[in-house]
Design a protein around this ligand. Structure first.
Ligand code: ZN
Ligand code: ZN
Length: 335
């Protein structure tokens, strides 16, 4: 009886733990600055990432989407996420954030970056698909919506277009990381993207961060002759990720679930539900068990009770095949 209740207590503790904590084998440290998929401008998709060596996070961070920066940094500093305690949010942004990775041009992924650009330090690079760089250049840094801080204007930032057809990873300046980009469909033919961020050391430990995406079975292009074409970008992505899972290099996948399963397929608008996420992840699991890969669920739309509903649906329908975490602003994740 005593043993049984001890087991129950341990199980309860495991269930309650919301985010992975520091361990000797941690490769990355991620600080969520914003986690929701819209409406609340103080909590929009934005994740800072750095490498971990001997249980200590490096001080050079990259920004994976930048929906909320300043408020997220203020929260993270208040919650002692960083060792450099004395820096303000603005100083941290200027000195410690070395580059920006924008998955697509929607406001909820770019807002914080644009608004904070006037006080940012010069010389940083914005990495994205050509299509996303065009949006930043033409729709934001156009001297109408905002001043042009890009390389053709005030020259504060450089643009680095990443080629989704290239199989090479390229080094991220002032960090010990490399990046490779992949296309995603976010209401075809509108493109979003995923970044594979890898350590440049021999471990090649990696994290896959996905911007908004719809399911392969829904995302289609209607062609001029009225025939339909399914690009199936997620399937291609999982094919590339398979060997990394087998080699135990892939530490985490940050992927969206915007709505609960009650959302009908014709109203997904390029997003996933628990049902669709599990269908996609099962493709990846066909290569290898996913027990060593943390799945961080992002971009939950802030509707009443939807976070709890999505957590419940994922846990109930995944048969414990996946290790889900649900990031919260200012709560670090070690993987
Ligand atoms: Zn979004
Ligand atoms: Zn979007």
């Amino acid at each position: 009886m005593l043993i049984l209740s001890a087991v129950t207590v341990v199980l309860l503790v495991i269930n309650v733990k919301s985010t992975p904590e520091k361990s000797k084998s941690s490769s990355f440290y991620i600080v969520p600055l914003g986690t929701s998929g819209g409406l609340d401008e103080s909590n929009l998709s934005s994740y800072l990432l750095t490498t971990v060596n001997e249980s200590t996070p490096n001080s050079a961070y990259i920004s994976l989407d930048s929906g909320t920066l300043r408020h997220g940094l203020e929260m993270a500093i208040k919650q002692n996420c960083f060792s450099s305690q004395s820096l303000t949010a603005e100083q941290f942004l200027q000195e410690k954030v070395k580059a920006y990775f924008i998955s697509h041009g929607h406001l909820d992924h770019i807002n914080g970056f644009i608004l904070n650009s006037p006080n940012d330090k010069s010389g940083k690079t914005i990495f994205a698909l050509n299509e996303t760089i065009q949006i930043i250049q033409d729709d934001f840094f156009n001297n109408q919506a905002w001043a042009d801080f890009g390389p053709h204007g005030l020259k504060l930032y450089n643009y680095q277009i990443l080629d989704p057809l290239s199989t090479n990873s390229i080094p991220i300046p002032n960090t010990d990381l490399n990046v490779r980009i992949f296309r995603l469909c976010h209401t075809c033919p509108f493109l979003s993207s995923a970044f594979l961020i890898s350590r440049r050391d021999e471990s090649s430990a990696s994290i896959l961060y996905l911007g908004d995406t719809g399911p392969d079975d829904i995302e289609k292009i209607v062609q001029i002759d009225n025939s339909t074409y399914y690009p199936r970008y997620l399937e291609q992505l999982w094919q590339t990720m398979g060997p990394l899972v087998v080699a135990n290099q892939l530490k985490a996948i940050f992927i969206e679930v915007s709505y609960s399963n009650e959302r009908p397929d014709h109203l997904l608008f390029g997003h996933l539900t628990p049902k669709w996420l599990l269908k996609e992840l099962d493709v990846l699991r066909s290569y290898h068990s996913m027990e060593n890969v943390t799945i961080a669920v992002t971009h939950i739309k802030p509707e009443e009770g939807s976070r709890e509903k999505i957590m419940k649906q994922l846990k109930e329908e995944s048969n414990s095949n996946y290790n889900f975490v649900f990031p919260r602003q200012g709560e670090p994740i070690w993987v």
